[in-house]
Design a protein. Sequence first.
Length: 177
Amino acid sequence: MNRTRLDSDQVRDAILQISGALDLRMGGPSDMQFDLQPGHHVTPKVDYAKFDVDGPQARRRSVYRFLFRTLPDPFMDALDCPAGDQLTPVRNASVTVQQALAMWNDAFIVHSADRLAQRLEMLAKKPNEQIRLACELALSRPPTQNELQDFGEYVGKHGLANFCRVLLNSNEFMFVN
């Protein structure tokens, strides 16, 4: 079977789940994950950068996101989230540089990696235990002995939060085999 990249919604929800932030509450109105201000004429100003990525609206499953049809969320758009103003019977599944940049630099990713690192520090005290737990949460498997050594060196040099970003960007996290 060919590898398949997770859909944008699946990536976002998986990141929320492993960082311990996913709100599983069902139903209710959609959550606007952007700042909305009056604009010129009829079109309002929509700013995704001003949205609080730590707020309660940022924790809901992706299916409850409010889609602004003409101005898509840049992070979700980079991951091939279908536009809200078009019919999409089949989703695109591309692999692009923009996706890698979004998965490394987006405020949601940086904040989620920090939150995952805090969760790991609360659940495990030793770096090797934190690395094991991170691999089990993100990759659904324990690290190999070589990985444990390499990851330990990386954590020692760059910190646990950056290691979490590396895991979130790994092919093993992003793709289903």
